[in-house]
Design a protein around this ligand. Structure first.
Ligand code: ADP
Length: 264
């Protein structure tokens, strides 16, 4: 099938053997039979290597739940998640924690750096937590990659918000994980700084061969991704590839209207 820029595509055809993360009929419900909330409803989707995907949708549409299930931070009520060839449902908590440390990088809106540690010790943390001795050259390389080679000995409080998020990107990249998850990674940054972080993520994907999945509310941020998934009421309603900010914003407006009609 030939895909044109900005085409609407059917997300059900997107499974491939090259998927780094794959959700198969994943449902996640909360509450009991009398007041059940279906946060995710039979979602099947694949994320292949060297791709950058943005996840959008109205508030309450299931974005966080999807990210948490895909990252092994939450377990689906039914269905399965495969990460880097491993069925997460087959792992106990300890093995799951280990897999997260080794194979997943996270970037959060609030940076989540440890204030008492230097920049380089923050970046080294995932390696230490995995019980290995950090390789100084690898830490320096990760800091260089995000343009912070000169600030290795500073503490987070001595850095701007954008610099702190660069540290978080270096920390996410340092273990060379199979996939990087971002939960509104540019939500706390000004436009220019946000753009710098998005460029870093793009180059980690297209030059570094990473796979990135990012939840965002911002159509401009989403336009940096290769494709944008739109969630509505716990389902992927469709996806856009190669879309610009205007097309993404227009789609969000339409979805907001639809979601509003459903709940009213
Ligand atoms: P989004 O990230 O798109 O805002 P969420 O994944 O946070 O959506 O939530 C999807 C739905 O699941 C919402 O209706 C929300 O209220 C519900 N939900 C999420 N987490 C919980 C929870 N821990 N307990 C009960 N309901 C929850």
């Amino acid at each position: 099938m030939i895909r044109h820029q900005g085409d609407l595509v059917d997300s059900t055809d997107s499974h491939s053997p090259d998927d780094v993360v794959r959700l198969s009929s994943v449902s996640r419900t909360y509450g009991n039979e009398r007041n059940k909330v279906v946060a995710l409803d039979q979602v099947s989707i694949g994320f292949s290597r060297r791709t950058f995907t943005a996840v959008m949708g109205p508030s309450g549409s299931g974005k966080s739940t999807m990210l948490q299930c895909a990252a092994g931070l939450d377990r689906p009520t039914s269905g399965s998640v495969t990460l880097d060839g491993q069925d997460l449902g087959a792992l106990d908590e300890r093995a799951l924690t280990e897999l997260r440390r080794e194979r997943i990088g996270f970037i959060f809106q609030a940076f989540n750096l440890l204030p008492a540690l230097t920049v380089s010790d923050n970046v080294a943390l995932p390696i230490r937590l995995a019980g290995r001795k950090p390789d100084r050259d690898r830490i320096a390389e990760a800091l260089h990659q995000v343009g912070l080679g000169d600030l290795a000995d500073r503490r987070p409080a001595e850095l701007s918000g954008g610099q702190q998020q660069r540290v978080a990107v270096a920390r996410a990249l340092v273990t060379q994980p199979a996939v990087i998850f971002g939960d509104e990674p540019t939500g706390a940054l000004d436009t220019r700084t946000a753009r710098e972080i998005l460029h870093l993520l793009r180059s980690a994907v297209h030059e570094g061969g990473q796979t990135a999945i990012m939840v965002t509310h911002d159509p401009v941020a989403a336009s940096y991704a290769d494709r944008v998934l739109f969630l509505v009421d716990g389902r992927i309603s469709h996806e856009l590839r190669g879309a610009g900010p205007e097309q993404i914003a227009e789609q969000m407006t339409q979805l907001g209207a639809r979601a509003g009609q459903v709940t009213r």
